[in-house]
Ligand binder design. Structure first.
Ligand code: GLC
Length: 529
């Protein structure tokens, strides 16, 4: 029986702070804005908010380039606003998880300014400086995640520095104990202010090969794919020593009760699960992005769910994600009809679900006119479809001109249908996707089988994916039609008193019978008799 800590039973809700609520009329969301929307978040029924970076930053990568880890960017407000937000959240029993960006700083961070000031500066070794090759070329073939070489030449000191992302995001040297200590102090700074955990940015990047060997080419790469995929990241990421670093962070959190450590990791299952760490000394929740990456069909999803569930180490806890600020919106990827099935899947699988703001109103792809592009990745590798702006657009609260998000034109455009796709409109519609999310969350909270129960595969036939969740005497069967044709599903072992308690269309509450008709794109929950 796992201990029922909040982050196992609970649901995490990601807020992209630039786009949740603007309180001061500058077109960009802020902390006070988030505070005014906490009632909505609380009523939605989630347990924690994770806020993407709010730190002081030149905003080259929208806050993932931090220039002061203990300061709030004035766009978002002040440290007092932050303390207020924590108090308001905790007053509603909501936990607050912060983004922590330890792999790289901004090039404007005082540590880097010092580091680049001379080769003998005490902070020189806090970053990754390397000599040019004898012919003057870059130290190795590593590529930036946003395209181009990952090495930038520093004229004044005559060396290259490494940056896995933008030129303005130099990577820290986590082999240096002083860096670890400084970053542990940052964690304590926020933990002491009451933060309930961290989502750690690109945690699998923290340690690089000690010899900086060339990455091998990726034979599967082809034009149109990001340049970063042209090489296999064998030496630049996922090094064995990274687990010590994570255990170090873990031990900082362990000095406080019930804090959660979430790691952002894009790796295949067998590598991903190593991030639970030896004897669970690693991340509590290594983010599992497989639902984002999979082909959307019953066979593929059933396979990945079964394999993932089986791969979780003893005592480890699974988790699921459908979208985030770096990935196309789920409704854009699989369509509005399947987005409802996806909601049922996310909220009935075994493991902590992380929701992405706006998915609950079915926000889809928002068109970004070329002159309004903000994302540095799109600017670096334009036109290839890597723009992350479409999934970062403002939350749509009501049918007013700026959707209740702001009093002025927001930093990114709203969806064309924002007059109908908004919280106020959908909240009042009994069969809307928002009503579906609310209902699913209520059921997950009410039924331990759904939140903490075992996962038991039932069947995968054609477009049907069926599984069962079990806890004590409680059993819930989940039947998902991942296709656009109706089907008849046989539901063995549900018992004579079995009832359909929810359809993704929100119009069924009836005995289940032995055979069950599913409409196109319909999911149902059956409580076994
Ligand atoms: C992570 C963030 C992404 C950011 C990158 C560099 O992947 O989620 O938004 O651009 O790290 O910090």
């Amino acid at each position: 029986m796992p201990a029922q800590t909040w982050w196992k039973k609970g649901i995490v809700y990601q807020i992209y702070p630039r786009s949740f609520q603007d309180s001061n009329g500058d077109g960009v969301g802020d902390l006070k804005g988030i505070a005014t929307r906490l009632d909505y978040v609380h009523e939605l029924g989630v347990d924690a908010i994770w806020i993407s970076p709010i730190y002081a930053s030149p905003m080259k990568d929208f806050g993932y380039d931090v220039s002061d880890y203990c300061g709030i960017h004035p766009l978002f407000g002040t440290i007092e606003d932050f303390d207020d937000l924590i108090r308001e959240a905790h007053g509603r029993d909501l936990k607050v998880i912060l983004d922590f960006v330890p792999n790289h700083t901004s090039d404007q961070h005082p540590w880097f300014v010092e580091s680049r000031s001379s080769r003998t500066n005490p902070k020189r070794d806090w970053y990754l400086w390397r000599d040019a090759k004898p012919d003057g070329s870059v130290p190795n073939n590593w590529v930036s995640n946003f395209g181009g070489s990952a090495w930038t030449w520093d004229e004044a000191t005559g060396q290259f520095y490494y940056h896995a992302f933008l030129v303005e995001q130099p990577d820290l040297n986590w082999r240096n104990p002083q860096v670890r200590e400084a970053m542990h102090d940052v964690l304590r700074f926020w933990l002491d202010r009451g933060v309930d955990g961290f989502r750690v940015d690109v945690i699998w990047h923290l340690i690089k090969d000690a010899q900086f060997r060339d990455n091998p080419p990726n034979p599967a790469w082809h034009a149109g794919r990001p340049e970063i995929d042209s090489l296999l990241q064998v030496y630049s990421t996922d090094q064995p020593e990274v687990h010590d670093v994570i255990a170090g962070m873990r031990s900082v959190l362990d000095a406080y009760p019930e804090r959660v450590l979430i790691g952002e990791i894009y790796l295949p299952t067998e590598r991903l699960v190593t991030y639970y760490g030896k004897d669970l000394s690693g991340a509590d929740l290594p983010f599992n992005f497989q639902l984002i990456q999979t082909a959307w069909n019953a066979r593929a999803i059933a396979k990945l769910v079964d394999e993932y569930d089986a791969a979780i180490p003893v005592g480890g806890w699974p988790n699921w994600v459908l979208g985030n600020h770096d990935q196309p919106r789920i409704a854009a990827r699989i369509g509005a009809a399947q987005a409802r099935v996806a909601a049922m899947l996310l909220l009935t699988l075994r493991g902590t679900p992380t929701m992405y703001y706006g998915d609950e109103i079915g926000l889809a792809r928002v068109e970004i006119p070329p002159e309004r592009v903000q994302d540095p990745w799109e600017k670096n590798e334009p036109g290839l479809g890597f723009n992350r702006d479409p999934e970062r657009t403002p939350m749509q609260w009501d049918g007013s001109a700026h959707a209740g998000f702001s009093t002025v034109e927001p930093w990114l455009p709203l969806a064309g249908d924002h007059a109908s796709c908004n919280v106020a409109a959908l909240g009042g519609e009994p069969a809307s996707i928002l009503s579906l999310y609310r209902r699913l969350i209520v059921l997950r909270r009410e039924m331990p089988a759904l939140s903490i129960g075992d996962y038991v595969p039932v069947s995968t036939e054609g477009a049907l994916f069926a599984y069962r969740r079990k806890q004590g005497g409680q059993e819930v069967t989940v039947l998902l039609n991942l296709g656009s044709e109706s089907m008849t599903a046989s539901v063995p072992e549900c018992g004579p008193g079995a009832r359909i308690v929810l359809s993704t269309f929100l119009d069924r509450d009836e005995p289940a019978g032995d055979e069950l008709r599913l409409r196109p794109n319909e999911g149902v929950l059956v409580v076994n008799g």
